[in-house]
Design a protein around this ligand. Structure first.
Ligand SMILES: [Zn+2]
Length: 671
């Protein structure tokens, strides 16, 4: 103040000059602040774009923040060998390589060379476009399988420890770790071998590069490009799976006569259902590797690879007849299956789904619907109805019930909620009270249908339904009602999820070995008596039929040999317990375990089961072809649920190839 006053007093021109200087200084400060702000914003935009691009390529976004390591991953996305890191670290030379890698990254996301140049020079513009625009990464889970194979004993050692630690790491980090874990280990070798000066050089190069780019940026341009990029790419049309118009007369009749609320609500969804194509990259996993991971100790376990050579081949007409005969089915058991399928087809809603309130669909022509808590479990009921069709070899493409199957699958595809979890596309099929039960069942239906037909329209849905299971695993390796339940898994929910993974695996869908290994840890947790007995959420002192049957089948699917003391002991218990007249859930699992095991235990159980089912099937009126008994685990879900289990039990002869091939009978299987 004093100074200004003095200056004013001394001479007016000087004061004017000072004013001018002040203005200039203010302007300079303003420019500086603006520049810093713009630089910060652009850096943040570039970082966010990188983060999201990494996620889109199936890599955890935060990894894009780690110096050096992010360049390694960047090279992976570009599918370039790891040694490219060296030229990337050399000043001057790196410019060329940055451009080359950027071009490749663009290509992998289906973009042209111009876009690649953009990535190299305007990362804060083009990475966001890549991340949030319509482009799709060509194979999300394949990121890890690069060409460079670091050699030497170190790698082997790391891979060994990885086997031990696999389950733990998977629990902590979720799915995105699974696919790339092996390579992560290798990349850390590179990381550790990198001298400090290299790290420092790289960091500075990156900073210089970003600063250099910042100065040529025009913020308004960025905003424009970003808003322009929000167009949605329409995926491929689903021609094969186009739904047919549903007969209107059926619909109006249905709406008039069915009063209760819930079902009529869904019944109104009868316009031609449009199922949006899902964005899922086709994923191929090395089946041979997975097999060794899944079945480490099963000497007599029939090779899964040979089973997958003809997925669900056992359900083809000729094979089915042969297996029906060889494994204990009869013409009357097969006739019972046919009647059951007719019952299901009579109870399909016009929108393609099924409901446990089947009595609303048939207008009370048969009774014994579900408890109110199951009213809204449409996905579960639909899956329970679809599985007997699929088990009998009926698909959306062939068989006299193909229209029923097609509409049912469509219902599931439409009803599932699409989303992303851990960077993976997921299809969430939980509903009603069922939650993860519903999801597991519906996933089995989608995966079985895909495995049987390899219908490309189903592929993304089937894989995404598995992805949901993979990302929903609890810390103890199990599954519970809700995803990632903090209390750990329960045997019953685990059973359905593992069956889904198994069906998907047979159809060459991607199932990370760590997920299977995790489920084995869960089984360890709930087992007793050397693995012959399984509890619900922990071990039980005495044989518990239903959970033990589930646990034993899971053990068979995850690789226990039929000579394993747990299998031998468990089979003995099941055999002693025999067929339940009320608990069809137990029967369903026990039948599969014993059928896989074979021998006199199976013969005895099968005769009792088959004759009981054939004799107890309803023969008259609207209920003809169905089953119902009170009690057990299943009567709450009503006649539809019990009929589903009973039908699948009578399909047990051909529904799955035997896991354990008899040495003498090996030629019986299509190898
Ligand atoms: Zn009915």
């Amino acid at each position: 103040m004093m100074l200004a006053l003095d200056l004013q007093l001394s001479s007016i021109p000087l004061a004017q000059a000072t004013d001018k200087l002040d203005t200039l200084a203010n302007a300079g400060l303003y420019v500086l602040i603006t520049a810093v702000a713009v630089a910060t914003v652009l850096s943040l935009v570039a970082i966010a774009g990188m983060w999201a691009t990494f996620s889109k390529a199936g890599i955890a976004g935060w990894k894009s923040l780690i110096p050096i390591y992010n360049m390694v991953l960047w090279l992976q996305i570009a599918n370039k060998p790891a040694w490219w890191l060296l030229p990337l670290l050399c000043p001057m030379v790196n410019v060329v390589f940055i451009i080359l890698v950027s071009l490749e990254v663009a290509k992998r996301f289906g973009r042209g060379p111009g876009f690649g140049i953009g990535l190299a020079f305007l990362p804060f513009v083009f990475y966001p476009i890549l991340a949030w625009g319509g482009s799709q990464f060509e194979d999300a889970l394949m990121v890890a399988s690069d060409d460079s194979e670091p050699s030497g004993a170190d790698v082997e050692q790391l891979e060994n420890t990885e086997n031990l630690e696999g389950a733990e790491q998977q629990e902590e980090d979720g799915l995105e770790e699974n696919g790339e874990e092996a390579d992560l280990q290798r990349k850390f070798l590179v990381f550790q071998a990198t001298p400090a000066w290299l790290v420092s050089t790289l960091v500075h190069v990156i900073i210089l590069l970003i600063l250099g780019l910042v100065t040529i940026a025009d913020p308004t341009q960025i905003v424009n490009v970003l808003s322009a990029s929000s167009s949605t790419d329409d995926g491929p049309e689903m021609e094969e799976f186009a739904i047919e118009q549903i007969d209107d007369s059926d619909l109006s009749e249905m709406e008039e006569e069915s009063e209760p609320v819930d079902v009529s609500e869904t019944m109104e969804i009868t316009e031609p259902v449009e199922v949006e194509p899902m964005e899922v990259a086709a994923v191929e996993l090395d089946v041979a590797d997975l097999q060794s991971e899944m079945a480490p100790s099963a000497a007599s376990l029939q090779t899964l690879a040979s089973m997958t050579a003809q997925p669900m081949g056992s359900r083809s007409t000729d094979m089915k007849k042969k297996m029906l005969r060889d494994y204990g089915g009869t013409p009357s058991s097969e006739a019972a299956v046919t009647e059951a399928l007719k019952w299901f087809s009579r109870h399909q809603m016009p929108n393609g789904g099924w409901t446990y309130q089947h009595d609303l669909v048939c207008k009370g022509r048969c009774k014994d619907g579900c408890d109110a808590s199951y009213n809204k479990s449409y996905n579960a009921a639909t899956a329970m109805a679809l599985l007997p069709f699929l088990g009998a070899g009926q698909t959306q493409l062939s068989g006299e019930f193909r229209q029923n199957v097609k509409l049912g699958l469509f219902f599931l595809m439409k009803n599932g909620k699409q989303g992303k979890k851990n960077g993976l596309p997921v299809l969430d099929l939980r509903d009603g009270k069922g939650n993860m039960y519903s999801h597991g069942l519906a996933a089995i239906a989608l995966c079985e249908a895909y495995a049987m037909t390899e219908d490309r329209a189903l592929l993304p849905y089937a894989q995404a339904s598995l992805n949901f299971i993979i990302t929903a695993q609890c810390n103890d390796g199990g599954w519970r009602y809700s995803p990632n339940g903090s209390g750990g898994g329960d045997t019953s929910v685990v059973g359905w999820q593992l069956m889904a993974l198994k069906s998907g695996y047979m159809g060459h869908l991607a199932v990370p070995p760590q997920t299977i290994q995790g489920s084995m840890l869960f089984l360890d947790k709930v087992q007793s008596n050397s693995g012959a007995v399984y509890g619900y959420t922990g071990p039980v002192p005495k044989f518990r039929p239903a959970t033990s049957a589930v646990g034993l089948l899971c053990r068979m699917y995850t690789g226990w040999d039929k000579t394993h003391p747990g299998i031998v002991g468990g089979v003995e218990e099941l055999s002693k317990h025999g067929v339940s007249k009320t608990d069809f859930y137990y029967n369903y699992y026990a039948a599969q375990v014993l059928r896989q095991y074979g021998g006199s235990e199976w013969d005895k159980f099968n005769v009792e089961m088959r004759d009981f089912l054939v004799a107890s099937q309803a023969q008259e009126g609207g209920a003809k072809g169905s089953w119902y008994v009170k009690g057990g685990h299943t009567s709450n879900a009503g006649r539809l649920c019990i009929t589903s289990f009973a039908t699948m039990m009578l399909e047990v002869y051909y529904r799955h190839m035997p896991l354990y091939a008899e040495a003498a009978g090996e030629e019986d299987f299509p190898l």
